[in-house]
Design a protein around this ligand. Sequence first.
Ligand SMILES: CC(C)(COP(=O)(O)OP(=O)(O)OC[C@H]1O[C@@H](n2cnc3c(N)ncnc32)[C@H](O)[C@@H]1OP(=O)(O)O)[C@@H](O)C(=O)NCCC(=O)NCCS
Length: 336
Amino acid sequence: MSGVWWELDAAEVARRLGFADGVVERLAPVGGVGGPEVALPSDEVVGRLCARLGIEDVDRESLLAARPDAQRDPELWWVLNCSYRLLLAQMGQRRGGDPAWGPLPDNTGTVGRHLFVWAFLAVVPHVRDYHATIGLSDDESWESLRALGEELALSRRLTGRAGLDATWGLPMVFTGVGFRLGRLAFEREPWDGVLNTHVPAGREPLSEAACDASFDRAVEVVEQFPERVEAFACHSWLMDTQLAQYLPASSNIMRFQRRFSGFSDRVEADWAPLEHVFHQRYDEPVVPPALLDELPQRTTLERAIVTHLKRGGRWYNQTGRIRLPRASSRGKWLGA
Ligand SMILES: CC(C)(COP(=O)(O)OP(=O)(O)OC[C@H]1O[C@@H](n2cnc3c(N)ncnc32)[C@H](O)[C@@H]1OP(=O)(O)O)[C@@H](O)C(=O)NCCC(=O)NCCS
């Protein structure tokens, strides 16, 4: 087989790069000659995009130093091109199954760790066009895409390396299925009935007024969709009902939680507050006691997370739901 990327297929790419089963097979349906070809933005355009997408300087520099090249790395270019095609093919489409994009193995180096970032940048004009069709404003569109800058920064803090690890949220964002409306972010589900709610990290508190505005706006946006949406759902450690034992009822997190009801499920997730609050990952099945002793204890939440674990408790992801109000009672999002 020749060295040109368009003559490759998933099996040949996996063989040449020594990938285990499952790394690139999901791209096989969009391989082949004749589909759209990715065109990467120039360094100058990347600089402007990074500013709009909240990509920190250190991540921008790593990204530019890891620009893929079709001649030098035809196999990686094949992966890049197919990732781009997949995003285009799935634009605006709710999908079942596992939406995660796993990381490329370490032997692909820094180009491999940044390859999906290049695919996301290449698809920006298309996802922005799609945002316009569902009525997002220009600002809402750019705000939604800032998830890329946030995830790059979080991933670097968690792993100590630039680039991306596994990501399931970004493919949703860059196919327009996940979007941000003010303080909260949302995501369409593959089935009818619910819109998923996310709480992006950030310096702005989770204030009641900001959440009201986000939910109100989400009710307007879902009216553009063909599917029927009857409720917001939120699956998160922020929905863990045990937080009420530690946080004051007046805290933003508890006020946010009280908007929701349900909470029938409980999925063990000590990792979630460790990642989201302390930016820490651990390999053992439980949080190592030595790590617990190192964590900062400045705020009520930091103390709550550590105290609970030290007492032998576990943290859980739970799912809360809010029924969408009827049109006549819009704007009434205050907690119970
Ligand atoms: C959700 C979030 C914005 C809430 O922040 P907030 O509006 O300040 O929340 P509250 O008013 O409920 O804060 C209550 C207490 O917890 C502290 N706290 C809240 N979030 C904190 C955080 N991420 N790190 C450390 N302390 C935090 C507050 O400082 C306050 O403690 P204090 O009174 O001792 O100062 C914030 O926790 C955050 O950014 N979390 C990460 C995002 C996340 O986990 N999303 C869900 C993913 S599944």
